[in-house]
Design a protein around this ligand. Structure first.
Ligand SMILES: [Zn+2]
Length: 139
């Protein structure tokens, strides 16, 4: 990042009085970085601060992710109810599975084939979401 700071120049800084990120005029520079700034809003002079100190970063992605998985899980259970699990095909990489087939995976449990992506790739809906698995490996 190239900084072109100069005394009297404008810089966006955190105002300790207004408690907002505002335009400030640079009053003093140290090592080409703003040291003291004057708030253009309240005219208060204070040390330069690029952002509010100690502000925690919002983490909403984790919540959104679990919500999406919840929807998929419900979909999985609803779909699984329409199958006779005793007729599930045991999954193995050399098998050949059709769309909508119910398979039994040793690690992931029962899964429903959502789509055949390629001859050797199938998308399967498991309890913990959709996964891409291999089929027809020996063909
Ligand atoms: Zn201010």
């Amino acid at each position: 990042m190239i900084n072109n700071y100069s005394v009297g120049g404008e810089v966006e800084a955190w105002c300790t009085k207004c408690k907002l990120l505002l335009g400030h005029t640079i009053v003093a520079l140290v090592n080409n970085a703003p040291e003291k700034v004057k708030c253009n809003t309240c005219n208060g002079v204070h040390k330069f601060r690029a952002a509010q100190a100690g502000k925690p970063r919002a983490k909403s992605t984790a919540v959104r992710k679990s919500k999406a998985q919840g929807i998929k899980h419900n979909d999985y259970l609803t779909r699984l109810e329409t199958y006779d699990v005793s007729k599930a095909q045991l999954y193995n990489m050399n098998g050949n599975f059709r769309k909508d087939a119910l398979i039994d995976h040793t690690k992931f449990g029962f899964g429903i084939v959502l789509s055949v992506i390629q001859d050797k790739k199938i998308e399967i809906l498991f309890k913990d979401g959709a996964k891409i698995l291999i089929q027809n490996l020996d063909k």
